[in-house]
Design a protein around this ligand. Structure first.
Ligand code: DGL
Length: 274
């Protein structure tokens, strides 16, 4: 384990670090910024190593530690793992090693089961999330007789990273991955990867608008707000927040894709990947 810097007692106006393998976590960043508009946010995309979904789990742990180490050196007061895959593989170990709050994300199986009428639920996630012990535990704990149709989505994250939201390839992949879920007549669909909310429109074009789509970015933002509130760590003043975007990947395309997902022009700064 890295020798992480100790980060106790950061001031209330210290930034919050948020990371993902790439642009997917911007879906979580948006929810956090909407709920906590006065917080300074540092977003790290580990795009040089994206996608995480089919990497060896040990490599994802190493990458997660690298980014957390960077964020701690930036003196963040909390870290959000805006990535289901890294959360499933690394959250437990990171929490044991680090003394700032670490908020993780998981596929929203529990709320989906509460919402579903026919208790047939589709779940889209990465191969690594689905193969993780954390995901098995989640299903065992909450499935409670519901039928879960769990589908990995190889290739989809690469399309989103490339800004290909509506390409023929993206739509063909979606049709293939949604087919078993539609055949089982699921009435609820869990988006278990933070990249997928950026395809909600394209998903609805295939499955229709009657299927309830559930993604947990707002729940993660709420959890973060609660944790900061309990720790009396919310910012005191209402100064406007700064949001910094960093990527370990190539920046030429990143600026364009980040800006289109964030909805405003921005400049992505480089972060050395080792
Ligand atoms: N957005 C991430 C997740 O929520 C990672 C996807 C990937 O890199 O494969 O799982």
């Amino acid at each position: 384990m890295n020798d992480f810097p100790k980060n106790t007692q950061q001031p209330n106006d210290a930034p919050i670090g948020i990371f993902d393998s790439g642009v997917g976590g911007i879906s979580v960043l948006k929810a956090i910024h909407a709920m906590l508009p006065n917080e300074h946010l540092i977003y790290v995309a580990d795009a040089a190593y994206a996608p995480y979904g089919d990497k060896v789990p040990g490599d994802i742990l190493v990458r997660s530690k690298f980014i957390v180490d960077y964020l701690l050196h930036r003196k963040v007061k909390a870290i959000v793992i805006a990535c289901n895959t890294a959360s499933a593989i690394a959250a437990k170990e990171l929490r044991q090693a680090v003394d700032v709050p670490i908020i993780a994300i998981e596929p929203a199986i529990k709320p989906a089961i509460a919402t579903s009428g026919n208790k047939v639920i589709g779940v889209l996630a990465t191969k690594n999330t689905i193969a993780s012990a954390a995901f098995s535990r989640l299903c065992e704990k909450y499935a409670n007789g519901a039928k879960l149709i769990v589908q990995s989505c190889p290739g989809l994250v690469e399309q989103i990273e490339a800004g290909q939201f509506s390409s023929t390839t993206t739509k063909a992949l979606l049709r293939e991955y949604l087919a078993p879920i539609m055949a089982a007549k699921a009435d609820t669909l869990v988006l278990g990867c933070t990249h997928y909310p950026f395809l909600i429109k394209q998903i609805q074009e295939i499955i229709g608008t009657d299927v309830e789509i559930i993604e947990p970015s707002h729940a993660v933002a709420r959890e973060l707000a609660n944790r900061l509130n309990l720790a009396s760590a919310l910012p005191h003043c209402s100064a406007s927040s700064e949001i910094q975007f960093l990527s370990t990947g190539k920046l030429d395309l990143a600026n364009h894709v980040f800006a289109s997902l964030w909805g405003q022009p921005l400049r992505v700064e480089p972060l050395a990947s080792t």
